[in-house]
Ligand binder design. Structure first.
Ligand code: SF4
Ligand code: MSK
Length: 637
């Protein structure tokens, strides 16, 4: 039997894994074991299936073929494969953003009635940025124009996309010099796919430079539009208390899990499960109520705005069903394992997909049409209630583990907490960095991956950063991991923090790990970096900041795109495992060394999270020295 402690450090996950031992239930860890040894050519990035002269692969030992049938060498093949990954990741985020921008437009037109403008201030702030007339106009009129402008940034041919102008002047100059300012979100993704076609772009640096441009179209385009439009429609997150881990599932209630990345859909679910008519139906079915919980980034969205509990992060999706207590898993887009279907077959759980972009064999598709959101959601919730009657109570196993947390720390909230209601500013944070109480800032984000013990990478890295007085901004599955370990409870996190960081966080009333949202909300970290620069004293460009990024358990193409837009924005970024590029020494060197001279940021690959923390702290110290900041006041914890 596999050692569950090697699979996860999370006690709830370990318990469910133990509970299902011997049952015919396969999880991602089992499939990962079955997949060993994984393809070496794939890991090194040196196989190519881009045309039917192939498939081709390069001999990594230099003895066999060094070129594909067309003559492409390892550099070209590795760089092209990487660009395909970036394009897919950027496309996923950006298509999400397009959906929300479109919804904003429709709300303004009065064609959608279940959503409304909830953050008028942000609507006007964004409208001003796009030179949209505000005076004397209704919020709906402004929303129509803003929705159009957002959508325009997807289809724009010449650019630059608008939000590039939010970056510091020096950063824009760096991008101009490198020729990587995105002209249109879609244009860069399409051009990426053109360049990787056989016989187009064959020069690795040129291919990667375009990857940087496409990723910037994600971070400063598609993702940022998604975040801002969601804030306008659903409200900008504010600090909120919540609960996390599989223990949030309830033995006596109808459990419904929303999973994926949509924000509009769970919004409707959060409303419908409170509807007295639905609660009455649940009681008639023998349950004590309806319990809505979230998984992955849909979870982060609905937690931040509705206190909906988080059932878990990426590697826990199958285990949630394996508790035997889930009546329905409602999935939308991204990070939904097809393996869920087989686990669900072992129980009464019904999986419903609500996105026509994300279908699964044998899984019911119910089109989530924003025009009739509440009614559609009611019909879905009714199905879940009906399904409760089929639950086999003797098979239910819900681990007790759950933790309280504080989430919803948007950029606006940070500046408001730091500066007070009337003086929104990051100044107190800057002063704490300048005077040596806080060493610097780290963005720790991204997925889980069975290649690394679940949550171990995130937690070990974050603990080490906190100990060394580095404040952590977190999103996605990393934020959920931090929540499960108690790092999002101010008091518990203070225990882990160095003396200086603890003093500052206690004084201003923020936890040292800030939950900033979902994957698209990594754009909030970019904006936070801009706000820090505006507050003064820490240089003129993002690359001047004593800051670093990390994705210790990354796995998705979106994570590659995120990594690229962080690095291209000037941030030193450590990935917990190498991207599939090691088959080309030139590409690897470009990513981990030469990129710094192009954009001020570069990648490092380090699987050991303690060593990754050291790399980040060393980088932060180097930036402190360059800024001639005071020595640290205390030496960590
Ligand atoms: Fe082989 Fe070149 Fe075709 Fe790739 S593009 S499959 S390397 S022939
Ligand atoms: S959900 S992209 S596993 S963070 Fe955003 Fe988690 Fe990574 Fe998906």
């Amino acid at each position: 039997m596999p050692d569950v402690t090697k699979r996860s450090v999370d006690p709830a996950t370990q318990q469910v894994l133990k509970h299902i031992e011997g049952q015919p239930i396969k999880t991602t860890w089992d499939r990962h074991d079955e997949m060993q040894p994984q393809c070496g050519f794939g890991q090194l990035g040196i196989c190519c299936t881009n045309c039917y002269l192939g498939p081709c692969r390069i001999d990594p030992f230099g003895e066999g073929a060094q070129q594909g049938v067309c003559g492409a060498d390892a550099d070209t093949i590795v760089a092209r494969n990487l660009l395909r990954h970036i394009a897919a990741g950027a496309a996923a985020h950006s298509d999400h953003g397009r959906g929300v921008a479109h919804a904003l437009h429709l709300v303004g037109k009065g064609k959608i009635h279940d959503y409304h403008i909830q953050d008028e201030e942000k609507l006007k702030q964004m409208a001003k940025m796009y030179d949209i007339k505000i005076e004397g106009r209704s919020k709906e009129e402004i929303a129509v124009d803003l929705g159009d402008k957002f959508l325009g940034d997807f289809g724009s041919q010449e650019g630059p996309i608008k939000f590039i102008s939010r970056a510091p002047r020096k950063r824009i100059e760096v991008w101009k010099k490198a020729g990587i300012i995105p002209r249109g979100v879609d244009r860069e993704i399409v051009e990426a796919m053109h360049r990787v076609h056989i016989g187009v772009d064959n020069e690795y640096k040129s291919i990667i430079l375009h990857g940087m441009r496409a990723s910037l179209g994600d971070g400063w385009g598609g993702s940022m539009i998604a975040t801002e439009a969601q804030d306008i429609l659903l409200r900008t997150p504010e600090p909120i208390r919540g609960t996390v881990n599989l223990g949030v599932l309830k033995e006596d209630q109808v459990n419904i899990i929303v999973h994926g990345h949509e924000a509009l859909l769970p919004e409707a679910a959060a409303k419908v499960v409170k509807d007295p008519e639905m609660i009455k139906l649940a009681k008639e079915a023998g349950a004590n109520g309806i319990n809505l919980a979230g998984m992955c980034c849909t979870a982060n969205e609905v937690l931040m705005r509705h206190e909906v509990p988080l059932a878990g992060n990426f590697l826990q999706q199958e285990l949630a069903i394996a508790t035997g207590a889930v009546e329905m898993m409602m999935v939308d887009i991204q990070c939904i394992m097809p393996g869920l279907i087989d686990v669900a077959k072992c129980f009464h759980t019904e999986i419903i997909t609500t996105s026509e972009k994300a279908k699964f064999p044998g899984v019911t598709f119910i089109h989530f049409d924003e025009h009739d959101a509440i009614n559609i959601m009611k019909s879905i919730v009714k199905k879940a209630i009906e399904n409760y009657k089929k639950r086999d109570k003797s098979r239910v196993f819900i681990p007790k583990d759950k933790k309280d947390l504080v989430a919803g720390i948007s950029t606006e909230v940070i500046s408001c907490i730091l500066g007070g209601k009337y003086l929104n500013t990051f100044k107190p944070l800057n002063e704490a960095i300048i005077n040596g109480r806080i060493r610097g800032v780290a963005g720790v984000v991204g997925c889980n991956n069975p290649k690394i013990t679940h949550d171990y990478g995130h937690l070990t890295l974050v603990k080490e950063l906190l100990k060394n007085d580095v404040i952590v901004l977190s999103t996605g599955c990393s934020a959920i991991a931090c929540g499960k370990a108690g790092f999002l409870q101010p008091e518990a996190a203070f225990e882990a923090a160095g003396k200086g960081l603890k003093e500052v966080c206690e004084a201003v009333g923020i936890p040292p790990v800030l939950h900033m949202g979902s994957c698209v909300d990594n754009s909030r970290i970019l904006i936070a970096a801009c706000e820090v620069l505006k507050a003064g004293g820490l240089g003129e460009d993002i690359s001047d900041l004593p800051a670093a990024g990390a994705a210790p358990e990354w796995m998705s193409e979106k994570a590659i795109s995120i990594g690229f837009y962080f690095v291209s924005s000037g941030v030193f970024t450590v990935l917990g495992g190498a991207m599939p590029v090691l088959g080309s020494q030139n590409v690897t060197k470009f990513l981990t060394e030469d990129m710094e001279s192009v954009c001020g940021g570069k990648f490092a690959f380090e699987a050991d999270p303690l060593k990754a923390a050291t790399l980040m702290i060393d980088h932060i110290n180097k930036k402190r020295e360059a800024l001639r900041l005071r020595p640290m006041m205390y030496q960590g914890k």
